[in-house]
Design a protein around this ligand. Structure first.
Ligand code: ZN
Length: 132
């Protein structure tokens, strides 16, 4: 009787060689223009590295979790970041809403973007908290 276990083992071994070294396929399905959050990813808040909290004037910079309030009038193509709050002052709901204006409350981290000699503070990984 021949010992077939050796042969089987070698077959299994070659099957385990999965192509791990191959690059991941490019994921393009994340880009979805309807996603409101997409509009705020990388949104520019202000020039420079520091953003003051609107309530307590605490200095916020890259890496800080913040809450932002954005608005867009019906004749404007994009939202404007109206105010940025530190985590302690973050509002939990939208107030002072107005007719003809869309308001968005979102959570995000602060990031820093650079181009040549200038840099500015941006929103990173925004999450919509409320809209009105
Ligand atoms: Zn604050």
């Amino acid at each position: 009787m021949t010992d077939s276990s050796v042969w089987l083992a070698s077959v299994c071994e070659s099957d385990l060689e999965s192509p791990d070294g191959q690059p991941q396929p490019t994921r393009t399905e994340i880009h979805h223009p309807c996603l409101l959050e997409q509009q705020f990813e990388g949104a520019r808040i202000t020039a420079g590295e520091i953003v003051p909290c609107k309530d307590c004037s605490d200095h916020l910079h890259e890496g800080h979790p913040v809450s932002g309030r954005a608005c867009r009038y019906s004749d404007e193509p994009t939202y404007t970041i109206a105010a940025v709050y530190c985590a302690g002052c973050a509002p939990t709901k939208l107030t002072e809403t107005a007719n003809g204006r869309e308001d968005v409350l979102l959570d995000a981290d602060l990031g820093l973007a650079m181009a040549g000699q200038t840099h500015w503070t941006i929103l990173v990984e925004p999450t919509i908290v409320a809209t009105a």
